[in-house]
Design a protein around this ligand. Structure first.
Ligand SMILES: Cc1cc2nc3c(=O)[nH]c(=O)nc-3n(C[C@H](O)[C@H](O)[C@H](O)COP(=O)(O)OP(=O)(O)OC[C@H]3O[C@@H](n4cnc5c(N)ncnc54)[C@H](O)[C@@H]3O)c2cc1C
Length: 407
């Protein structure tokens, strides 16, 4: 009998994993508790995701070519001048993007099950199958029919509140909480955000992150995030961003309010036996930018590729050691990116003085080019050494001018 794999959760991580497994002819079960799930999210994706994951243009609501960074004292810096005509940041509705990726995986042969997995029985040897207990909602009921499925390997792609992570005692991570309001604007106000996204920094909008106004297809998403997980604080911060953008949001009508955790770093034990976590369940969101969609999809894909290879396209069951190759490869590919973004967050989101310095620095064309290239293409483009030195000097200059390095 060939390898049987269950992928729990069909966000970008799960569907991307299921697609690779199904393409290799592996018996794949993709679980999703809510087929019309609209994951609370800004929905911004880098250009390389469109390319690497073959995302059709109709899935992208808006192609953002201008980004405004707004400092605590409301100094606005336009970034995006270095973008070429065919370069943009994609803005999606998650229900549309996730639906597309999920359906594609199913078309390629993954068995899509509309069910909530609520329990995972772990065998006490490395041969017997895992048993998934789930509520099958295919009859339309929320409660669902209780069913079980036996598989040889489980991918936990069930997001920040992962049940699979709990089942394997993967350990906790620190998380930020992000809050977002979807606001429908009068047409003249919406025009302003046609191709434009805004990022605000300041103690009033977030003590350790940024707040945003991102355009969606017929509304804007206005939100903020913080690691200070406290309901009262998050409400004040949301009032802060609403206040800062008040003039531009005038006459807007709130159509949806949402909140969700954002993992800060990977879980300590993401693999146990033949169970492996990917995406938010693992903890793949970057610091500074809070970007998670691409990294979720990429981790799902890389994990599945490891399984295809180790199982010889489903001929044998991979071991825990085989699965660990995925994490090793992941850290090798993205370790430096995570480190740099972590340092950036620590240096620049520290105080209003460092944030002023950060925004000032963003006005520099070389900095913009480097930042956009690394965001859009996920390759830290090695600038020539002279340019690199110039950027470093400018960074330090900005920090000194803002007196940001004072203790
Ligand atoms: C407010 C906010 C704004 C953000 N903005 C951005 C942004 O602009 N750009 C960006 O790149 N990232 C952004 N992120 C991060 C991004 O949303 C996540 O990193 C990304 O969704 C992770 O994808 P995933 O597939 O790992 O998990 P998820 O997207 O959380 O998907 C998990 C899936 O599993 C399903 N599921 C869960 N439990 C079960 C179960 N027991 N049984 C069956 N199914 C289950 C869920 O219904 C869901 O479909 C934002 C996050 C937040 C909270």
């Amino acid at each position: 009998m060939g390898l049987r794999v269950a992928v729990v959760g069909s966000g970008p991580a799960g569907s991307s994993a299921a697609e690779i497994l199904a393409k290799a002819g592996i018996e794949t079960y993709l679980f999703e508790r809510k087929l019309d799930n609209a994951k609370p999210c800004g929905g911004a994706i880098p250009l390389c995701m469109v390319d690497e994951f073959d995302i059709p243009l109709e899935i992208i609501d808006r192609q953002v070519r201008k980004m405004k960074m707004i400092s605590p004292s409301n100094i606005e810096v336009n970034i995006g001048q270095t973008l070429k005509d065919d370069e943009y940041i994609g803005m999606c509705r998650r229900e549309v993007l996730d639906g597309y990726l999920r359906d594609r995986a199913a078309k390629l042969g993954a068995n899509l099950i509309n069910g909530t997995v609520y329990q995972l029985d772990i065998p006490n040897n490395d041969k017997d199958p895992y048993t998934l207990h789930y509520a099958d909602h295919s009859n339309g009921s929320v409660q669902g029919d209780k069913k079980t499925l036996k598989v040889d390997l489980v991918i936990g792609a069930d997001g920040a509140n992962s049940r699979i992570a709990k089942a394997i005692d993967a350990g906790d991570y620190n998380y930020a909480i992000a809050f977002q309001e979807r606001i429908r604007l009068p047409q003249d106000k919406m025009q302003y955000y046609e191709e434009l996204a805004e990022m605000y920094v300041g103690d009033d909008v977030s003590p350790d992150f940024y707040a945003w106004v991102f355009p969606k297809y017929d509304h804007v998403a206005v939100g903020t995030g913080t690691m200070k997980v406290n309901k009262a604080i998050i409400k004040d911060l949301q009032a802060g961003i609403r206040n800062r953008a008040a003039r531009k949001l005038e006459g807007g009508e709130i159509i949806k309010v949402e909140a969700h955790p954002i993992p800060e770093h990977p879980r300590p034990r993401p693999i146990r036996g033949r169970v492996v976590l990917v995406g938010d369940a693992l903890g793949t969101v970057t610091k500074s930018s809070g970007e998670g969609i691409y990294f979720a999809a990429k981790s799902g894909r890389m994990c599945a590729e490891t399984i295809v290879e180790a199982s010889n396209s489903g001929q044998k069951v991979p071991t825990e050691g085989d699965l660990k190759a995925f994490l090793k490869n992941w850290n090798k590919t993205y370790g430096a990116t995570y480190l740099v973004l972590d340092i950036l967050q620590r240096v620049f989101y520290r105080s209003d003085a460092t944030r002023e310095a950060f925004v000032e620095m963003c006005a520099d064309i070389d900095v913009q080019k480097l930042t956009f290239d690394s965001y859009l293409y996920k390759t830290v483009v090695p600038a020539n050494p002279l340019k690199q030195m110039k950027i470093t000097a400018k960074t330090i200059g900005s920090l000194l001018r803002g007196n940001a390095l004072a203790p």
